[in-house]
Design a protein around this ligand. Structure first.
Ligand code: ADP
Length: 392
């Protein structure tokens, strides 16, 4: 049987596993998604008779490490399934020092743990998964791909907050996220239009989390997320740009604790907080309420404003690319954004926009600067880096 790689994506309350043949470009043959970790975990295994499928009825309190340990035991029992020779983890935060995807050594794991306070709802879960894999399969090669790594080459002008040296020394700066998504788009710019790979491109990754990235010759020069994935655009449940003065007001005047502020900003704000209905763009597009309409309008307005900011960072813009669940599927959002970007030379082709699939289709009129819809493929990057770093 062919050797396999296991790809692990630990979210704040979810864990996604994919099993793929251990060669570059291979598509996964089996997947397991566990949602609701920390509350009532549910397993979705594909195929339904595949290597991750088994009756799953864990205690409610089970954590990410225990979930992955359970899934690995399930996999190991299947002698008809390819067993992994390497494991690749998507890790949200590499901090200031882990600036490249890396094979996991004790030193790299210690650094991920050291910077865990920078991504409290993600890195600890990745660490739990890494440790569970090491305990189950001692000696197996593990690789980490960091969402921050793609932005690590940005100029200090783009990453520095105007704060005193002692605070900056504690790692308080802009990092940026969604790096695997932007890497997957940056590598395919020349397939959209000849020469775009060396041009100035703004990519809009619009999913439940949302950010923009300014690419100059395929390299990230600025992005809207900062110290945490809270900054920048309106998101499903996060507010994006917020005057920092709001936080001490919430604490001193409204009596909120740091945990309550965290919950407000990560879980109850954004489209959900604005609409009072849902974090989900599809539901807002179906809703007739004024609150839902306003939430969608503010979502597009903020994207257009930040597009102007990134165009300034780039000194101009040659093309826009939309990706992520909303960027790939919401023609109305793309139209609202491009309408506000007319001053940058963009003019929508309404028919093309409605017909666009996530395959690199152009959605702007003849004579306009081009805008495209292209699905990002974070998993392809994670798989390729895992194969390359594990076998290298
Ligand atoms: P995540 O950041 O969790 O990976 P996705 O990239 O899957 O999220 O994006 C999820 C968002 O995409 C949701 O707001 C969802 O409503 C939106 N979306 C998906 N399909 C459509 C569609 N056909 N029309 C409008 N919005 C859509």
């Amino acid at each position: 049987m062919q050797p396999a790689i296991l790809l692990v994506n630990a979210g704040s309350s979810s864990l996604k596993l994919a099993l793929a043949p251990a060669h570059t470009g291979a598509t996964p043959t089996a997947r397991a998604t566990v949602d609701g970790i920390g509350a009532h975990p549910r397993l979705d295994a594909k195929p339904v008779d595949g290597p991750f499928a088994a009756p799953f009825d864990p205690d409610d309190g089970i954590d990410h490490g225990a979930v992955i340990a359970w899934l690995m035991r399930t996999l190991a029992r299947r002698d008809d399934a390819a067993q992994p020779v390497a494991v690749g983890h998507r890790v949200v935060h590499g901090g200031p020092n882990l600036v490249r995807h890396a094979r996991l050594t004790d030193a790299v794991i210690a650094e991920i743990a050291r910077v865990a306070p920078l991504a409290r709802s993600h890195n600890p879960h990745s660490l739990a998964a890494i440790r569970a894999v090491a305990a189950a399969w001692p000696g197996i090669v593990q690789v980490a791909c960091f969402d921050t790594a793609f932005h690590a080459g940005q100029d200090p002008l783009a990453t520095t907050f105007a704060l005193p040296a002692a605070v900056r020394a504690a790692g308080v700066r802009r990092y940026g996220f969604h790096g695997l998504s932007y890497q997957s788009i940056a590598e395919r710019l020349d397939t959209l239009a000849p020469g775009l790979g060396t041009g100035r491109v703004i990519v809009a990754h619009l999913g439940n989390g949302a950010s923009l990235c300014a690419l100059d010759a395929g390299r990230s020069v600025a992005t809207t997320m900062g110290f945490t994935p809270l900054d920048g655009l309106v998101m499903g449940t996060r507010p994006g740009l917020l005057d920092p003065g709001v936080v001490p007001f919430l604490m001193a005047e409204l009596g909120m604790t740091a945990d309550a502020v965290d919950a407000l900003l990560y879980r109850d704000s954004g489209l959900k907080g604005l609409s009072g209905l849902s974090h989900d763009m599809r539901r807002l597009e179906e809703s007739p309420t004024e609150e839902a309409r306003f939430a969608r309008a503010l979502f597009a307005y903020r994207i257009a404003r930040e597009t102007g900011s990134l165009a300034a960072a780039l000194g101009g813009v040659d093309a826009l690319v939309f990706t992520g669940g909303i960027g790939e599927n919401s023609a109305a959002t793309r139209a609202a954004v491009l309408e506000r970007c007319g001053w940058l030379g963009f003019a929508l082709d309404a028919d093309a926009n409605h017909r666009a699939g996530p395959d690199g289709r152009r959605i702007t009129a003849a004579g306009s600067r081009p805008a495209f819809v292209l699905a990002s493929d974070e998993e392809r990057i994670l798989a390729r880096e895992t194969v390359t770093l594990a076998m290298g």
